[in-house]
Ligand binder design. Sequence first.
Ligand code: AMP
Length: 181
Amino acid sequence: MHKILLLGPQGSGKGTQAALLGQRLGIPVLSMGHLLREVIAEGGMLAERIRPILEAGELVSDDIAITVLDRKLDTLHAKGGYLLDGFPRNYHQFLAYDRYDQPTQVIVLDVPREESLRRLTQRIEKESRSDDTPEVMVRRLDIYEAETLPMLEEYTKRGLVRHVNGVGMIDEIAQRIAMII
Ligand code: AMP
């Protein structure tokens, strides 16, 4: 059974690769960022609480992230596997998830900071995600380097982490991922 975590800095193309890989393996993909944006789109109290956090590029509280994910994961687990995009992103979330489940593989899309910034600048010009501004993207990359990369050590120790070079064409990167699954 595949229980894959896909992580990478903002602008690494992890959303794109998550969708491709989920399709190829026939497993559901759960994107934490997408789930949170859905909560915002639905409106209500929680939406108003988390909107400014996403807009600032900060992480929502671990409690909120875990609550939003919790019920979804239970249903996915029952379906025989999943691909999780963007979770866990720090040590606390790692601990919460670790009590619940153990991934079969952790894939990290490596993209140098300058390349992430270049891609994100292009995305700002093309799309209008409200959390895509120059200041916010720098903040998100800082959080990835300060919190997410150190958290990955835990999975590295268990021999679960595979790094994939995230620079190249979408198909090439999908191939690199296919080779390690
Ligand atoms: P993403 O689409 O994965 O880049 O996520 C977009 C935004 O959603 C992030 O900048 C955070 O504000 C929030 N977010 C996504 N995943 C998490 C998480 N695991 N914990 C807390 N906040 C998250």
